[in-house]
Design a protein. Structure first.
Length: 350
């Protein structure tokens, strides 16, 4: 049986950053993830997608964010159970939790932090005839490697951040990018909407709104789509059609753990520490919900930090922890290494 201080369900950015915050408190972490590598969606779904809301990084690729987080936590030597799904949760007489995976691997810890992102998920697909015929033959619901679309004609459908971000990104790679949305208004970030409009004005993106993709064409592979606008059909030649209508999340086995669920997310106490209705079990990142919740990586980092503070009190009852800024105290790794704060910084703060 694998034992640890904090057992983290999910090895996405929020789960990985929780390892760092726990490490500062001398708490050991072990992570479980159904994917074969750390990083969550950032590694599996869009490793080459640029992310714009990480502090100090005007732009960073999702895969690079994962790489940096892994480097940041290396000194704290976290354990990983990868390629296995957390299936069951039980509480022992001594107040510990045992989580067993679908492959029978057992893990024991006094604190469980669920950082499972959207849980298990699948893309929302458009209702189009012969859609399955062209899947992987011109139709894709996720973009893992943008280079696949270099010098190709690409049609993207959607009105959220993913559709906007990928339209912008591919405008420098693809031969032609067409963005189709059923409304004139977009749901994505305002600066992304403005950027798409700028690229349209200089001829780098074909923007068609309000309109919908209503037909697919091609013998063995997709060669064209039908776009319907104002009741009129227009056939557009394309090498690829990428409908980005979001993901349909499912909690999977987590939904059977006795947690309080609201709209497919786990309710937590955000006024204190992001604990669930089960004492000792926390939910952080996109998997949780509370009044005013924002599904941002940045928010997940904040939630992970407060969760670790609460976990420290559970693991060390009655022991007072004095918060020290890493700029002053430095960082002690579990491997015996120590990163000292620069003396000039310490002196300035003192």
């Amino acid at each position: 049986m694998i034992t640890t201080d904090i057992l983290i369900i999910g090895a996405g950015p929020t789960g990985l950053f929780a390892v760092f915050e726990a490490g500062l408190l001398k708490l050991k972490c072990h992570l479980i993830d159904a994917l074969p590598q750390p990083g969550g969606q950032c590694s599996e779904i869009y490793p080459k997608k640029p992310i714009y809301d990480i502090p100090a990084f005007p732009e960073i690729l999702a895969g690079d964010l994962t790489k940096n987080l892994m480097e940041q936590i290396k000194q704290f030597e976290p354990g990983f159970t990868l390629g296995e799904r957390a299936d069951t949760l039980e509480k022992t007489e001594d107040g510990q939790f045992i989580v067993t995976t679908n492959k029978g691997t057992k893990h024991k810890a006094p604190v469980v932090a669920i950082a499972a992102g959207l849980g298990s998920f699948e893309p929302r697909k458009p209702l189009l005839e012969n859609l399955d015929k062209y899947e992987d033959k011109g139709i894709a619901y996720l973009i893992k490697n943008p280079e696949v679309y270099r010098d190709k004609k690409v049609v993207i459908a959607g009105g959220g951040d993913s559709a906007l971000d990928w339209s912008i990104f591919l405008s420098d790679i693809a031969k032609e990018v067409t963005l189709v949305h059923r409304r004139n208004e977009f749901r994505g970030a305002l600066d992304s909407v403005e950027k798409v409009q700028e690229l349209k004005n200089v001829g780098k993106i074909n923007l068609i709104t309000p309109a919908e993709i209503t037909g697919l064409h091609g013998e063995d592979a997709l060669t064209a789509v039908t776009v319907t606008k104002d009741g009129l059909d227009n056939k557009i030649e394309t090498d690829a059609f990428i409908p980005l209508f979001g993901l349909s999340p499912k909690l999977g086995p987590l939904g059977e753990w006795g947690l309080e669920i609201e709209k497919n997310a786990i309710k937590v106490n955000n006024a204190l520490d992001y604990q669930t209705n089960i004492p000792g079990v926390f939910a952080i990142g996109d998997i949780n919900t509370y009044p005013g919740k924002l599904k941002l990586i940045l928010c997940g980092f904040h939630e992970a930090t407060l969760m670790c503070q609460a976990a420290y009190q559970i693991i060390n009852p009655g022991k007072r922890y004095v918060l020290k800024y890493t700029t002053v105290s430095g960082i002690d790794g579990f491997d015996g290494t120590r990163k000292e704060a620069p003396k000039a910084v310490v002196k300035a703060i003192e």
